[in-house]
Design a binder for this molecule. Sequence first.
Ligand code: HEM
Length: 502
Amino acid sequence: MLCWQHLLNIFSVIIATFILILLFYKRRFSYWKNRGIEYVEPSIIYGNTKENFTGGKSFGTALAETYHKMKAKNLMHAGYYLFHRPGYIPIDLNLIKHIMQVDFPHFTDHTGYINEKDDPLSAHLGALGGERWRSLRVKLTPTFTSGKLKLMFPTLIEVSNELIKVLEKECRNGPVEAKDISARYTTDVIGTCAFGLDCNSLKDPNTEFRTKGSRAFDLTRSEQLSSFIGFLFPDFARLCGIRQIPKEASDFFLDIIRRNVEFRENNDFRRNDAFQMLLDMKNGGDSNTRLTFNELAAQAFVFFGGGFETSSTTMSFVLLELALNEDVQIKLRDEINTVMSSYNNELVYESLGEMQYLDMVINESLRKYPPIPINSRECTKDYKVPNTDLILPKGLVVFISVQGVHYDPEYYPDPEKFDPTRFSPENMGKLPQFAFMPFGGGPRVCLGQRFALIQTKVGLIALVRNFKFRINPKTELPVKLDPLKFFTGTVGGLWLDVEKIN
Ligand code: HEM
């Protein structure tokens, strides 16, 4: 009798918990319905992210599909659920412009998770918000002025010469993986230009700088889930010591940065690079504005991380499309050779401005494969959406589907086609503002945009001038985007047959 009573009690508790969970989700998932905003029906636990976790779709692709579904209904915006947390998707470009630029004071923050105690590198410029972001942004803005970029140019050329030497050797042994060779180049560029360190990853693909650099972005499924927990329940995540950057990658970078600081301080060594600017901010100024070691390290890390992953993704997709479109490859090589022939066959900083077709090819690649397919903003002050009665409350997350906009046939007819002429000066002039936003926009626009473009151009010029590229059958076509990565990446790699031009 007692045993039955026990079972009945347990059963009642289970049923009550189940009902409570259902009620919780019913209430949560009525958020957009109550406001009369269309949304895709969410599932319990996942919200609208089920396809990302169980359907093998990347987060960027899944959000882009929602964008297209809502755009087909002529909607200016839509609701979204990241697990149980409501999010907002602006679709109309004018609305996107308002959020990112015109009404920026309502959307000053990204939606990053920071855990300074256990994961000091997580407190970088891209994740910081409010006043801390503003004052740091002002200080870091001069890092990549054209004067500074010009000074870095000879270093870029040196690394690109090494790239040619290494690829010449490696292409004799079989197909080359475009992301790998591009990432080794960008690792060495960022290492020298930002830190004054010789990372050596072109010569030695297994150098720690390269492996630990990749590890910071190649999150395992459980690390990806932890990072979502950090985003959804930041206080709880901090209490549990949940991190954003894997410990082994973080320990490696903290150690390198510490040794670099000590070397420069102990030897009174100065160098005109991004690291020196950070070091001056650590040692100068007043106590309110001075950076701590951890703050310096986080910013150095974002230069490295922001720089190497996104730029190498860009380079590798350009190489893929050149291999798939031989006519584009030949035209680009002709342009590079013609411009360089008027500078004694040397690559000089000024000549980059004359390579218009190179700009067009890179832009079209950034359109088709935006390295960061989703941009985000957090509503930091209640906001009334223009021409509607909808109020976005403080704390609401805004997801901007960069991939969705970049594949919108209203702006880019036949969007799957790789067509650099979309970015000819005449056609670019016709593109509405914010229809092309691989670097984001408004006051939070990518800090390293100019540096990224220069390092990508120098690398591509070296490659296209010296090698021919063809697709190797090992490359799965059409390319499948990796569902595990937040940044755009492929499953299986981009394998190319490379032939040296004599
Ligand atoms: C092709 C290469 C790159 C792409 C596509 C890219 C893209 C982006 C995007 C989309 C954002 C967010 C902008 C927004 O919210 O509106 C961003 C922010 C940022 N990027 Fe880049 N990036 C690239 C290269 C670089 C490089 C080379 C560096 C530094 C060396 C860098 C440093 C940063 C930093 C520090 C931020 C945070 C800015 C802030 O929140 O104030 N990025 N980037």
